[in-house]
Every structure is written in structure tokens, then in C-alpha cells.
Design a protein around this ligand. Structure first.
Ligand code: NAG
Length: 238
């Protein structure tokens, strides 16, 4: 739910001052992932940036069964998401979680950052992770045949060389995998959150982003998320 919906309820006479464009479909965005998605203010920074664009004001509704508790500069932001701390991608796929979450909270756009927990806890083969990704994409399309899907090449791990090599191997495989999943009805875009993300300063505990890392996640997702949003709105199609 968007905070402004609440404000509109409380202040009916202020309605004419806010301008959700009547001709525009509200785009429902589900941020999906583990604690990287749950933690920090990156969703807030994206939400505020969207709200500050007159063309996008109130155009996007974050959806999901989780609700962040972060303060984020005391800003009002839409806290809904599906970031589940400690959730491995493979388990999420095998348990059909995304089907259930999308049944409860339908979406037009899903951003996905997954695989970190699998790699922190074990040594999954990259192909196993990609198989899970494929299953998750299937669940997204089962819920919405026109789902727009934004897949992140995941942020580094600061837990030693071996773990980060696994992250790199997954990230290297993601573009070809995503291209193989791409369809006109349900496009898949890749966002590189790895390049330019420095584990030493942009992580605070070897796994989760520090404030500088949070900003990089927000900046990294933003342009492609915008492409996906505009694709739903039917503008900027290429
Ligand atoms: C998927 O197709 C869209 C065009 O519909 C394109 O912009 C995008 O880059 C493609 N994604 C991948 C991963 O190739």
C-alpha cells in the first residue's frame, strides 16, 4: 500500500493537490529476495526517487507480504516487499513460495536478488542456482503471463576468496541464462549490482550492504526498474 493512499483517505480535500494520473495504470512492483532485499533503505531510496518524478508520482505500488521497519531519514515510503532473510533460492523455488506470495500480492514487475544465502551456506553448483531461477521465473509467469522480470547479478560477498568466486561464477552465467528466458510477453532484464560494488566498504558484515552499498543497490536497480515500469505502462517500448 502506498502511504499517499492513507493521506488521501485522511485529507479528501487534498486530493486535487496530489496527481496520480487518471490515465495511468498503477504498476505493482514486488522486490523479491533474501535479507539483501529486506535489509536497509534501498527500496525507500527508489520509492522516493519515483515519487519525486512528476510522471511517476504514485505510479508505483510496492507489493509483498513483508513490511520493512527501517527508518530511512524519517521518510514515508511504501514498505511492502518479499525479502526473506536466510532464504536460499533453491529452497524458495522448490517450495513454490513465489507462487504463493504472488497469489496473495499480485505484481506486474518483480526484481529478484537471490543466491546469496545458498552460497553463504554451501557450495551450490551454478547450474543448480540457474535451475532454481528458471523455476522461479515459471512461478512468476504462472501468476502473471506478462510479468516483467528484473534479475540482479548479485552483490559481492566479503567472506573470503572462494565464496566471492562462486558469486562471480553465478553472475557470469546470468546474462546468457536471462537471454534464454526472455520472451516478448514477459521480458527479462539483467542488472549488474556486482561491478563497482566494493566488498570492503560497501558491505558491513561481509554479506549485507553498508549505507554506501545500499545507495549502489538503489542506483543499480533504478534505470532498469524504470524500463520495466514503463513497459507495463506501455511507454518507451523498444
Ligand atoms: C530481453 O528483451 C528485451 C527486449 O524486449 C531487451 O531489452 C532485453 O535486453 C532482453 N534481455 C536479455 C537478458 O537479453
Amino acid at each position: 500500500m502506498r502511504p499517499s493512499q492513507l493521506i488521501s483517505l485522511l485529507l479528501p480535500c487534498a486530493l486535487s493537490l496530489s496527481f496520480p494520473r487518471q490515465d495511468q495504470k498503477v504498476v505493482r512492483w514486488m522486490p523479491l529476495g533474501d535479507s539483501i532485499t529486506d535489509y536497509g533503505c534501498w527500496r525507500a531510496w527508489i520509492y522516493l526517487r519515483l515519487q519525486n518524478d512528476p510522471d511517476l508520482y504514485d505510479a508505483v505500488d510496492l507489493v509483498g507480504g513483508e513490511h520493512a521497519g527501517e527508518i530511512c531519514d524519517d521518510s514515508e515510503f511504501d514498505r511492502d516487499h518479499e525479502g526473506h532473510p536466510g532464504f536460499p533460492a533453491i529452497q524458495m523455488a522448490n517450495e513454490g513460495r513465489v507462487s504463493a506470495w504472488l497469489a496473495r500480492n499480485p505484481a506486474d514487475v518483480v526484481t529478484m536478488h537471490l543466491g546469496t544465502v545458498d552460497i553463504v551456506r554451501g557450495k551450490p553448483r551454478t547450474e543448480e542456482l540457474l535451475k532454481a531461477y528458471t523455476t522461479l521465473v515459471g512461478q512468476m509467469r504462472g501468476a502473471n503471463p506478462n510479468m516483467r522480470i528484473v534479475v540482479a547479478q548479485i552483490i559481492p560477498l566479503g567472506l573470503g576468496v572462494e565464496k566471492n568466486e562462486q558469486v562471480k561464477e553465478l553472475n557470469r552465467a546470468i546474462p546468457a541464462w536471462a537471454a534464454s528466458q526472455n520472451t516478448t510477453a514477459s521480458p527479462v532484464w539483467v542488472v549488474d549490482l556486482f561491478t563497482g560494488f566494493e566488498a570492503e566498504v560497501d558491505l558491513y558484515d561481509g554479506i549485507h550492504a553498508s549505507p554506501s552499498g545500499i545507495q549502489k543497490i538503489a542506483d543499480g536497480f533504478y534505470p532498469t526498474l524504470l524500463t520495466a515500469i514503463k513497459h507495463v505502462q506501455g511507454v518507451g517500448l523498444d
